[in-house]
Design a protein around this ligand. Structure first.
Ligand code: NAD
Ligand code: DAU
Length: 365
């Protein structure tokens, strides 16, 4: 198969690209990413010279560019992760989120449909058990978020695949809209789509505007840790490599037109999680326990801050046998250790140096 992964230079995308490139040497893996501030090709240094890895700097809203890449590599499957992903940025600039997340996803769907329509005859010859009758062997897999479901009460139930969409932030509204377009392309054109909605990811290579890497870096520099509101909001955390494993499984075995929730049944109040991060960083830096707690600084709450997210991933477990592999205590220690061992990666982001990597590696190819 030839697989197009969008947003592969970002946090989750880089883990998915790495998994597919290493696990499936017989596949061609094309990473399509325009390299916004969140795209960092240094996340993929270890696999960038593998023969089955290809990088294309293209914007997902550029229809001709996307179609050109689909033709160039004769793409069979799309795993679509490219997005504007940070809630705080969506509050400041909602238009950018509509452009990338809504129009970009629609452009990806249109390009896939156009390309696969141009190959209807040869599609029929494909024996692989993926795809719909009209598009055998094809698959368009859209990566979404639990935030589309809105917010839960404290101590209440979970988001299931039946929970109705009730997004609150411009980010989640844009992701909800993109999910609807994906399903509409199946229902209208028989495009072989799948959607998954995942909870908060953590692990290596996350851009340091998100809670966990931001706080690890701030502790390292003795800088304040800005806790929104009272720190009582709850998030459900999943180690990023477990998400990538789920994506691999669902891409190959998931049912067309279906939806799967992905999560680790691992809820944490922000303030409790922050204390675990402080304790772990202090321990690994050799500081006495409690050394960095004074950095906790309560600040104005995020506008429209969703109180609680919690994913019920029973369907994925029952139907496809997926379960998270890491206990949270193990995952968070592994994560903190990674950021402390890879301080140069972090420093190149905070200094802006990482943005020059594309020029040095790819611009003249
Ligand atoms: P990220 O912000 O780290 O990476 C996004 C990537 O998309 C970057 O490499 C960026 O350059 C690229 N991109 C952005 N706009 C683009 C455009 N117009 N054209 C081409 N490329 C573009 O994001 P992430 O946290 O890795 O999230 C990836 C996906 O997973 C998103 O769709 C997000 O909604 C979803 N998701 C994230 C989480 C999470 O906890 N991070 C949880 C559930 C779902
Ligand atoms: O639930 C899945 C979502 O998780 C993804 O769809 C998003 O792309 C991803 O960014 C993440 O969204 P959150 O808003 O939950 O993640 P963030 O790391 O920004 O914040 C986690 C929690 O910590 C949230 O309740 C806000 C709070 N927070 C965050 C930051 C950056 C703080 O208290 N202080 C901070 O400085």
């Amino acid at each position: 198969m030839n697989i197009l992964i969008t947003g592969g230079a970002g946090f989750i995308g880089s883990h998915v690209v790495r998994l597919f490139v290493n696990k499936y040497p017989e596949y061609q893996i094309v990473n399509l990413d325009v390299l916004t501030y969140a795209g960092n090709l240094e996340n993929l240094r270890d696999i960038e010279n593998k023969p089955n890895y290809h990088f294309e700097r293209v914007d997902i809203t550029d229809y001709d560019g996307v179609l050109g890449v689909m033709r160039k590599y004769d793409i069979d499957g799309v795993i679509h992760l490219a997005a504007e992903s940070h809630v705080d940025r969506s509050i400041k600039d909602p238009m950018a989120f509509a452009r990338t997340n809504v129009m970009g996803t629609l452009t990806m769907l249109n390009a896939a449909k156009t390309y696969w329509d141009s190959k209807l005859e040869s599609n029929k010859a494909q024996a692989i058990g993926l795809g719909t009758e009209k598009y055998p062997g094809k698959r368009f897999y859209h990566i979404s978020t639990d935030e589309v479901y809105g917010a839960l009460e404290m101590g209440g139930g979970f988001f299931t695949e039946q929970t109705k969409y009730q997004p609150h932030s411009p980010y989640s509204a844009s992701k909800a809209s993109s999910d609807h377009f994906v399903r509409a392309f199946h229902d209208t054109y028989e495009l072989p789509t799948i959607v998954t909605n995942c909870s908060n990811n953590y692990g290596p290579y996350q851009f340091p505007e998100k809670l966990i890497p931001l706080f690890i870096n701030n502790i390292r520099h003795g800088k304040p840790l800005p806790v929104y509101g009272k720190g009582e909001n709850v998030r459900d955390w999943l180690y990023v490599e477990d998400h990538a494993r789920a994506i691999d499984l669902i891409f190959h075995k998931g049912k067309i037109a279906d939806t799967y929730n992905i999560g680790g049944f691992n809820e944490w109040r922000n303030i409790d999680l922050i204390k675990v991060i402080i304790k772990t960083v202090d321990k690994l830096l050799g500081n006495p326990e409690g050394h960095s707690e004074h950095l906790i600084t309560y600040v104005t709450d995020r506008a429209g801050h969703d109180l609680r997210y919690a994913i019920d991933s029973t369907k994925l477990k029952n139907e496809l046998g997926w379960e998270p592999s890491l206990q949270f205590e193990e995952g968070i220690e592994k994560t903190v250790r990674w950021y402390l061992d890879n301080q140069e990666w972090m420093d190149r982001i905070t200094s802006g140096e990482y943005e020059k990597y594309y020029e040095s590696m790819y611009a003249n190819r």
